[in-house]
Design a protein around this ligand. Structure first.
Ligand code: GH3
Ligand code: MG
Ligand code: MG
Ligand code: MG
Length: 313
């Protein structure tokens, strides 16, 4: 376990550090609250043993700063144990009120220290597992199970967010709706399993293209999502009109390039998609107008014969 030991009295620090190390823990030493806070941010320890009276910054203030820092992070709570000179109920109450989880008397026996650290190690291990599980759950909740792209729920949340920021900053904004052409016929001809594989490949092509345009600086913070069924969406905050048109053309081309055979898709013989898009020079008004405009444009692209982009300025 990684322990941050905060103690200004050298003799006490040396004894405790040696003991903790002999139990197999990795100890980082800080001699005041300020250094403790810095060390905390750098080394993310599993537990903090915190002296109270120290120069520069005392243990209460350091605990406050650590808790404030943790509040900006996900699922962060590191046990902080105050080191006090005396065993008294007041000490416990003060420690808990100050944001600590327990206190230890400095002259504590080796056995008790060992046992307390064992209990802390169990909590640390559980916390790590919980953090990993939470991260996995969050990823699952934001991703579409079939394609791995962001799902509709995630898109809605983040689209609203991005739109609001661009509205405030009067920044440009673009939105694309993509629909795979004659996909019902694809399923009918090749089966649903093949249909699923096709959607995965299409999703991957879209995502790769959007990543490339972000890397190239053509778009910034753009993302793709599975809108539902064989429909996908691309959100592009702060994008120029030409970059938006360029990205739409690239996405369509990346799907053609997959060259997935589709005998019943007009004369092309491969899987294609149509795109309807809209671009705002300066974001304003309700976000729903983006969906409406892109959707209408998509219908026009289908009417024009599919395998093309219909873009509104
Ligand atoms: P259009 O060119 O006008 O878009 O024609 P289309 O056949 O693609 O459109 P339609 O809406 O008639 O059919 C969409 C099809 O997409 C029907 C549905 O079975 C299929 N589909 C939707 N989601 C999935 C999926 O997750 N897997 C598979 N295999 N097929 C799906
Ligand atoms: Mg002290
Ligand atoms: Mg459709
Ligand atoms: Mg379709």
């Amino acid at each position: 376990m990684k322990i941050l030991l905060v103690e200004d009295t050298r003799a006490i620090a040396a004894v405790m550090e040696a003991r903790l190390a002999s139990f197999g823990h990795e100890v980082t030493l800080a001699e005041n609250g300020q250094l403790a806070f810095n060390a905390f941010c750098e080394s993310s320890p599993d537990v903090v043993l915190m002296d109270i009276e120290m120069p520069v910054m005392n243990g209460f203030d350091a605990t406050n700063r650590i808790r404030a820092f943790e509040a900006t992070q996900k699922w962060a709570w590191t046990p902080i144990i105050f080191l006090t000179a005396h065993d008294s109920p007041e000490n416990l109450i003060t420690a808990i009120e100050a944001g600590a989880d327990d206190y230890l008397v400095k002259g504590i026996s080796e056995d008790v220290l060992h046992a307390k650290m064992k209990a802390m190690a169990r909590i640390a291990a559980m916390r790590r597992m919980l953090a990993i599980a939470n991260l996995k759950l969050e990823q699952q909740a934001s991703r579409d199970g079939l394609t791995g792209l962001f799902n509709r729920r995630w898109m809605d949340l983040n689209l609203d967010d991005a739109w609001e920021k661009c509205t405030k900053g009067k920044s440009s904004f673009a939105f694309l709706m993509l629909d795979v052409d004659n996909f019902k016929k694809y399923n009918d001809r090749y089966g649903h399993q093949a249909g699923d594989d096709c959607l995965r490949a299409v999703a991957h092509a879209i995502e790769t293209t959007i990543t490339e345009t972000n890397v190239e600086g053509l778009s910034k913070d753009a993302f793709a999502a599975r809108y539902g069924g064989e429909e996908f969406a691309v959100v592009m905050p702060r994008v120029t009109a030409s970059a938006y048109a360029n990205t739409a053309a690239r996405v369509i081309e990346s799907i053609r390039k997959l060259a997935i055979p589709h005998e019943q898709n007009a004369s092309w013989g491969i899987v294609t998609a149509s795109i309807g898009g809209c671009h705002r020079e300066s974001a304003s008004g309700p976000v729903a107008t983006l969906f409406r405009d892109a959707d209408e444009a998509l219908y026009r692209a289908k009417d024009r014969g599919r395998n093309c982009c219909e873009l509104v300025e």
